[in-house]
Ligand binder design. Structure first.
Ligand SMILES: [Zn+2]
Length: 368
């Protein structure tokens, strides 16, 4: 820019020092106008803050309607010998303004790009966003272990409806009219023939009606009973029942199966105790206690000093139940047992309140 200023400044200096040999009087005013206009343009360019403003400045000082272009058009009216000097004055002013604009454009672009680099810079020292991972509900974990254990022993997992015929929930399971289990105080009736199933044993009936022996199934699922919610009760809870029907199935098979299942679930050191019991759909029937996981049978707070924990009900399928499903009890026999999934889960993880399993509080669930 300095070099381009050269000619103008030299002439201007000569004009100011009174050396008018090179400049005619009528040109003197023109030269001063050019210099003034050039300085004004430079001032605007330097003060401009964005490219749009620069564009306006360019149009104003170098555009078709600008003073510079207007002056160039006047060149023809000058004396022939004055024209080169006048032309070079105008061209030089134009070049100076153009260069100043280009430099300013470059400077503004540099600022913009510096800003965007700053804005887009990654701060690798910032702590990352933690993505919390979901976990399986403890009952889901227990259920999948259970399925794994039984599938390993050749069982199939079967399912059935939760809204069920009283025929399958009660009648065919030897629970006749008038039996206390059918009481409306215990069971959710939808109508006289339909209930929310009180046990998953109805799936055993469905299975035996569809399939001939050999049968080996487990049927996990939700069941419903008229219970108040407290630490050990809920109107909806979950059971898993097992049913085996084949020739020569004995109580020994039931015991062996339960031993295997319980030890796989809780460990080899757990002992089982069978107590006689009564269920309408099995004969003989038993309840099974496990030696306390905490004290091993000596008695502690966890087992309320008993040394044993009540765990499940089981028995040999009643011959009438087999006959109800069209299976000849003289040829076939079977065993069945049912466990509460909540109970197994609570024992395994030492959870003392069943409600925790349903509340789905993430602080609770994250512990498993
Ligand atoms: Zn104990």
């Amino acid at each position: 820019m300095k070099e381009q200023e050269g000619v103008l400044e030299q002439i201007k200096a000569k004009i100011e020092s009174g050396d008018m040999d090179c400049v005619k009087n009528d040109l003197k005013g023109q030269f001063e106008k050019i210099i003034g206009m050039r300085n004004e343009a430079i001032g605007y360019i330097e003060a401009s803050l964005d490219l749009k403003e620069l564009d306006n400045i360019k149009v104003r000082f170098l555009g078709k309607k600008s003073m510079l272009v207007g002056m160039l058009k006047q060149t023809g009216k000058l004396d022939a010998k004055d024209r080169p000097m006048f032309g070079s004055m105008v061209n030089e002013a134009r070049a100076v303004i153009e260069t100043a604009i280009q430099e300013k454009i470059a400077a503004l672009k540099a600022i913009v790009s510096e800003r965007s680099v700053k804005r887009e810079t990654l701060d690798i020292t910032l702590p990352g966003k933690r993505i919390s991972r979901g976990k399986l509900h403890p009952m889901e974990t227990v259920l999948s272990d259970l399925k794994e254990i039984f599938r390993g022993m050749g069982y199939t997992v079967v399912d059935g409806p939760e809204i069920e015929k009283t025929e399958y929930v009660f009648d065919m399971l030897n629970t006749a009219e008038g039996h206390p289990a059918r009481d409306e105080g215990d069971t959710f009736y939808i109508n006289d023939e339909t209930v929310l199933r009180t046990q998953t044993s109805s799936v055993q009936i469905r299975t035996m009606l569809k399939k001939k022996p050999p049968i080996a199934v487990i049927s996990p699922g939700a069941v419903y009973r008229f219970d108040e919610v407290d630490a050990t009760h809920s109107p909806v809870f979950h059971q898993c029942e097992a049913l085996v029907v084949d020739k020569n199935i004995t109580f020994g098979d039931l015991k062996g199966t339960l031993e295997t299942f319980i030890k796989r679930l809780y460990g080899e050191e757990v002992r089982l105790r069978f107590r006689p019991h009564h269920f309408p759909y099995t004969e003989p029937s038993a309840e099974v206690d496990l030696s306390c996981f905490k004290c091993g049978g000596d008695g502690c707070a966890f087992c309320k000093g008993e040394g044993w924990i009540e765990m499940l009900g089981c028995g040999i399928v009643h011959p009438q139940v087999l006959a109800n499903c069209g299976i000849d009890p003289k040829v076939y026999s079977g065993f069945a047992f049912g466990v509460g999934l909540e109970r197994i889960t609570m024992m395994r993880y030492e959870i003392d309140d069943m409600r925790l399993l349903y509340e789905n509080d993430a602080r609770f669930l994250n512990q498993f």
